[in-house]
Design a protein around this ligand. Structure first.
Ligand code: NDP
Length: 290
């Protein structure tokens, strides 16, 4: 806890990160483009660095949390010559290409670089509830794991610096798909006068049950073999047609049901009707047509 750390960027998230380091007892240096955002942290014991270069030299690691990667490049680009020998942990949200490019850019300037993604809101930072993903050189993560642990539950995904961003967006795909499926069902049952709160426990049970299937289905994907142990895709597609027809019959939006069915129809047209649901990975792994 006596490891000195630096936080660059004191927006809503950056302030939470710096606050968690302080609370854990780390000597904490901060810097922000708008210096007044450091006032509260300084009152709590943080040191406000006069320049980015000073901030980079103060900590044994520097956590960066800005709006986007463009801001990161503007800020660190201006302090280009001061990056040598630093350890940068970039927790700014972005895509995997930006993460890989920024890793290369930082390494060319003599910095060590880990990329991260924060799967949490500011109020949970510093608790186990805040999951923070990291990717980049394993040795660097291991050296700084205990220090980064002050921020929440830290996960290491692998050496490719793009992995944290990829998991970040993959998690969003899961989140929105579950929420949209729940909204579709809620719209359906409301046509029969059932309110959302009455339907929610049922929806939750289905979501939890389906989540249990993932490890077994993942094995089929990794083995590239999809024996229909539970049901064949052509059976599922008949149920998908019910979902489309029911949605249209009761007058709710049928776009999502139609999309679900269209992908399965393509898989069947490609000859996969007798295989199990995860064979759809082949449709998901192709670029969008048209
Ligand atoms: P804010 O808008 O509150 O803060 C943005 C920060 O970036 C400020 O410190 C701002 O400085 C700084 N900044 C922007 N552009 C520049 C620039 N060109 N040069 C220097 N500094 C710049 O955003 P958040 O703190 O909420 O988010 C930060 C990152 O954390 C984002 O990538 C976001 O996606 C991610 N994140 C946020 C979550 C949240 O719940 N808030 C959840 C998960 C991830 P200034 O104060 O001077 O404007």
């Amino acid at each position: 806890t006596d490891t000195p750390v630096t936080v660059l960027g004191l927006g809503l998230m950056g302030r939470a990160l710096a606050g968690a380091f302080l609370k854990a007892g780390h000597p904490t240096t901060v810097w922000n483009r708008t210096p007044s955002k450091a006032d509260q942290l300084v009152a709590e014991g943080a040191r406000l660095a006069p320049t980015v270069g000073d901030a980079l030299r103060a900590g044994s690691l520097t956590v960066v949390c800005l709006t986007d990667y463009q801001a990161v490049h503007e800020l660190l680009g201006a302090a280009d010559s001061e990056l040598g020998g630093t350890m940068v942990v970039n927790l700014t949200s972005g895509d995997s290409t930006q993460a890989r490019d920024t890793a290369r850019w930082a390494e060319q300037r003599g910095a060590r670089y880990l990329d991260g993604a924060i799967m949490a809101i500011p109020s949970t930072i510093g608790t186990v509830e805040a999951v923070i993903l990291h990717s980049g050189p394993r040795a660097d993560f291991e050296t700084h794991e205990a220090t980064l642990g002050a921020l929440g539950t830290v996960d290491y995904l692998g050496a490719d610096p793009g992995l944290a961003s990829l998991y970040d967006v993959a998690g969003l795909a899961m989140m929105w798909s579950v929420l949209n499926a729940w909204l579709q069902g809620t719209a359906l049952v409301r046509t029969a006068g059932v309110d959302a709160a009455t339907y929610a426990p049922f929806a939750r049970r289905i979501a939890a049950a389906v989540a249990e299937w993932l490890p077994g289905y993942a094995e089929q994907i990794d083995n590239g073999s999809f024996p229909a142990e539970v049901s064949a895709l052509e059976t599922d597609v008949r149920a998908m047609a019910h979902l489309v027809e029911e949605s249209e019959a009761v007058g709710v939006n049928a776009e999502l049901p139609k999309l679900i069915k269209a992908m399965a129809d393509r898989a069947i047209a490609a000859g996969h009707g007798g295989e199990q649901y995860p064979v759809l990975i082949e449709e998901f792994s192709k670029p969008t047509e048209g």
